[in-house]
Design a protein around this ligand. Structure first.
Ligand code: BG6
Ligand code: GLC
Ligand code: GLC
Length: 887
């Protein structure tokens, strides 16, 4: 069985893992690309270089004095366009006077060169007459977005077709010549001087007119490529040593000589082999719009085959190439409507999906687009570093946004090309900005891979077993405390109860009624009492006096003075129980540290017999009254913890072999013995060392609401120190502990209003932010909350797998009762948690139910169940005269 779990998890891993590139890998890629840039520039090494580094004969950037009217052709992107353009010297603007998009059929794209150029000439003729330009002979700029070897600006030999084109008889020929011939064949109009430009060059030049520091042109569209200004002395294939020339890198060809073998996946190989030009433009096939949708489709097919999606059911539509265009990825990753879009798209693909499938599909899209952005960022960083080193600068300021984080010594600005020849830069600002940052050293350690999560889950499984063992228990970090709750509610419980709930965000007193007939638990009255910091850190006596005072208040306000109701106490701290009404506090956690209580029985501090319950147990019990398959209780709030029903035969510290008992895992203590050393970051260490109880509850400190805000705050401070945020300007408010409460994270991650909230919060923290800073802050929040959800998912998957293996089941269907402000208030936490559990425990079908007032109701349930069992055992005693005593 265990082998089976491992195999399934490994399957998921082997599917998505190869797409997650680490900073280390990106650095290696960047180093390799740097070597290839140099190889491509060299006189003798050039002919065998995969990255062609083509001279463009564009030697200087626009200086603002250019002017006049031009015709422009733009071929090689999503659309083929003809334009009439006016460059106005005084206003320094480029106006589009008219433009027309012409379609190019698949037949033409794969037909003869003559057909293609006749078609281009026909479109041009059409446009010229529609614009009344017939008598004029305008110069023409031809943005031709394929690899061309140029000898001069008006001579451009096509080296090879890429993307969707493969017209015969064009490779090796001069494009200018072919165009002129086609125009002559028609004879109904004339063109003037023709300048050939790659789309990257067009983009750089049009942006350069507005911002003269623009010296990189980047395209991420149907294809991907970049150009930049190289020193003439390094361009060995063109004579002259002075000044600079724009080089069209053709980085799409990176990897064509096998350089990228280590990062290429099976799916990439399939994409390449089924493409029009196998073996060519390998890097582009990992990145650009022409291939991304297909990459996602193939991944979805693979996950379905492995039964990790759509219950393993295939759909002929999804099995057909081209049914998942790249625009689906953008739609599915849309922050606001993404999941709805995913569902609509999955319906149109005829796959039987549920809401978790939709999440997983979104994760797949995110994985693929994230790899794209990372690869692009690595390549762009290489170029920025190249320019910086070329000029002997310690720090480069140049224009193209966010890669400042991968190339920390280069300050890059992105300008979106408007009607330039490219659309790709838009994707960089939106996606790369988010993802390039993730790659940065500061955030990277917070991004846990499926592989790491699986290791964490394995370690926790060992710790669960250690905690249960008679002799290993005392040194176990995960305490696995018996709760003496042996059965979940059976629906016959009833009566009135008082309940106390201490240890979460609020301290509450409740009056609860359990109704047998309706199977409901009613709250007849409740009161939240505040507990001051002084009391939380004072003496035990003060704390319990305060609790008793609140209880007395409540009893009199509810007119319950005359009655003696049974009392259930949800006490959310690790306690060693001997029976249901004896509960020794092992240690305080979260914000409490009252003296004289650790090591003592909590019932000593209260009056009369009290049923003691942990909040996880209360939550499980109250949900269990509604759904009897609920056998896990989970809290992700101020603290984090879970309980579950364990087989008695495994609970070595309690006598008896039969049935089950609820175990309070106290998984918050996971890692207290150093087990998590490998995933703990510097910031986690700071959080621990500055906490009330250093060294204790390490796992909880990475996950729960008490610490998440502080984790984000410390990350923001670190990013500011490294000048990656707020232009490096510190704010005393942000430097103060506790100024970034966890609820800020939920507000900033809100899909609709998140960025506005971020700005409001940053203003209140007195930091000088810009638009990009706000986005980075959101990314930091997302990184921290997503790590929390993933760690929780790994732990929950461990518990679900434990239950499944315990029962010798191939497949387990179970329910988790959940409570806690992080789970309830954060906009994506529960989705991320559920999707990851699905991936990490593929053989467990886990349903989540949200507990409403769970702990209060649960405490009443535990008390009621204890009463029922006591009653039953009395009945047995009466009839048989002997019976085992139940606790
Ligand atoms: C509450 C329960 O709803 O959730 C408490 O009543 C529990 O018993 C708490 O401790 C956990 O969440 P938080 O966010 O309040 O710590
Ligand atoms: C392909 C072409 C290249 C172009 C890029 C972006 O990689 O070979 O010339 O710049 O696509 O359109
Ligand atoms: C802490 C407590 C644990 C509780 C959890 C959630 O981890 O030690 O008992 O269940 O917080 O409130």
């Amino acid at each position: 069985m265990c082998v089976c779990v491992c195999v399934c998890v490994l399957q998921v891993q082997s599917v998505l893992q190869p797409f997650c590139l680490s900073v280390h890998q990106l650095r290696t890629i960047s180093d390799l690309l740097m070597k290839d840039l140099i190889k491509g520039l060299g006189k003798h090494s050039h002919h065998k270089a995969a990255v062609k580094m083509l001279p463009t004969f564009v030697r200087s950037m626009p200086d603002g004095t250019e002017h006049g009217d031009f015709l422009a052709l733009d071929l090689g992107g999503t659309n083929f366009r003809v334009l009439h353009v006016r460059v106005l010297e005084e206003e320094k603007v480029v106006d589009i006077l008219g433009s027309q998009t012409c379609s190019i059929s698949q037949d033409i794209m794969l037909g003869t060169g003559e057909q293609l150029f006749d078609h281009i000439a026909a479109c041009l003729a059409d446009f010229i007459s529609s614009q009344n330009l017939k008598g004029q002979t305008l110069p023409l700029g031809f943005t031709f977005s394929f690899s061309c070897e140029q000898k001069k600006i008006d001579e451009s030999i096509l080296l090879r077709w890429t993307k969707g084109f493969n017209c015969s008889g064009v490779e090796g020929r001069d494009i200018v010549q072919l165009l002129k011939e086609a125009v002559q064949r028609r004879g109904d109009f004339t063109i003037g001087f023709v300048a050939m430009v790659n789309d990257t060059v067009g983009t750089m030049m049009s942006c350069g007119y507005r911002d003269q520091s623009c010296e990189i042109g980047l395209i991420i569209g149907t294809g991907t490529n970049a150009c930049y200004m190289e020193e003439m002395r390094n361009v060995k294939r063109v004579e002259g040593e002075d000044g600079r020339m724009c080089i069209n890198t053709e980085w799409g060809g990176f990897g064509d000589d096998g350089t990228l073998e280590n990062i290429i996946t099976d799916i990439n190989r399939t994409i390449d082999q089924t493409s029009i030009k196998p073996g060519v433009h390998i890097f582009e096939k990992m990145i650009s719009g022409m291939y991304l949708g297909e990459l996602v489709r193939l991944l979805l097919v693979k996950l379905t085959e492995q039964k990790l999606l759509f219950k393993g059911q295939r759909s002929t539509t999804l099995l057909t190439a081209g049914t998942f265009p790249t625009k689906f990825i953008s739609e599915i990753e849309e922050p606001l409507s993404g999941l709805e879009n995913a569902k609509r798209i999955l319906s149109s693909l005829n796959v039987p999906y549920d809401s978790v499938d939709a999440r997983i599909v979104r994760l797949v899209c995110d994985t693929v687009s994230s790899r794209t952005a990372r690869l692009c960022a690595a390549a762009l960083a290489t170029i920025a570093n190249r320019i910086r080193v070329n000029r002997g600068l310690k720090h480069l300021k140049t224009t193209v946004g966010m890669v400042r984080l991968l190339a920390p010594d280069c300050d890059i600005t992105f300008i979106l090309s408007q009607d330039g020849s490219g659309k790709g830069a838009a994707m960089v600002t939106a996606v790369a900005q988010r993802l390039a940052l993730q790659s940065h050293l500061v955030l990277q350690p917070f991004c846990l891979s499926v592989h790491q999560l699986r290791t964490i889950s394995d370690l926790l499984m060992k710790d669960l077993i250690k905690g249960l063992g008679k002799h290993s228990h005392h040194k176990a970090a995960v305490k696995m405390l018996p709760t003496f709750v042996r059965s979940t509610p059976d629906g016959t419980e009833h009566g009135d109860f008082l309940a106390l709930d201490l240890g979460g965000t609020n301290f509450r007193v409740l009056h609860v009624r359990v109704l047998e007939e309706e199977k409901v638990v009613d709250i007849l009255g409740s009161q939240t009492c505040s507990i001051s910091q002084d009391i939380m850190l004072g003496t035990g006596e003060q704390l319990f006096d305060h609790i008793a005072a609140c209880l007395a208040d409540f009893i009199s306000s509810q007119n319950l003075k005359e009655q003696t109701l049974p009392l259930g106490f949800t006490f959310s701290f690790p306690c060693e129980q001997k029976k249901i009404d004896e509960s020794i506090l092992i240690r305080w956690t979260k914000g409490f540290n009252c003296s004289g209580v650790e090591g003592r029985d909590i019932c000593d501090f209260t009056i009369g017999s009290v049923a003691m319950v942990n909040d996880t147990v209360g939550t499980m019990m109250s949900c269990g009254y509604r759904d009897q398959s609920c056998e896990i209780g989970l809290i992700i709030g101020t603290g984090t913890n879970a309980c579950y029903m364990e087989e008695m035969r495994n609970v070595k510290r309690v006598e008896g072999e039969d049935g089950r008992m609820c175990i309070n895992t106290e998984w918050g203590g996971f890692g207290d013995d150093g087990t998590l050393e490998n995933i703990i970051t510097d910031i986690d260490r700071t959080i621990d060392q500055t906490s009330i109880k250093p060294g204790v509850h390490i796992f909880e400190k990475m996950i729960s609401g008490m610490y998440l805000g502080e984790l984000v705050r410390l990350l923001l401070v670190k990013l500011t120190e490294q000048k990656l945020l707020f232009k490096g300007q510190r704010s005393t408010t942000l430097l103060t502990a506790g100024t970034f409460p966890t609820k800020f994270i939920s507000e900033i991650e809100e899909p609709l209003s998140g960025l506005e909230n971020a700005k409001r919060i940053l203003s209140s923290l007195n930091v000088p932010y810009d638009f990009v800073d706000a986005r980075i802050v959101r990314l930091v929040c997302d990184t921290v909350s997503s790590r929390s959800a993933r760690l929780c998912a790994a732990a929950l998957a461990t518990v679900a797998n434990r239950i499944r293996v315990n029962r010798g089941l191939k497949h387990l269907k179970t329910t988790v009762g959940v409570d806690g402000t992080v789970y309830k208030k954060h906009p994506n936490f529960s989705d991320e948690l559920q999707a990851m559990v699905r991936l990490l425990a593929p053989d467990c079908d886990v349903t989540f139910i949200l507990s409403q007032d769970g702990s209060g109701k649960g405490a009443a349930m535990v008390t009621a169940v204890a009463q029922r069992l006591a009653l039953q055992s009395h009945l047995l005693e009466d009839s048989d005269g002997d019976s085992e005593e139940e606790d």
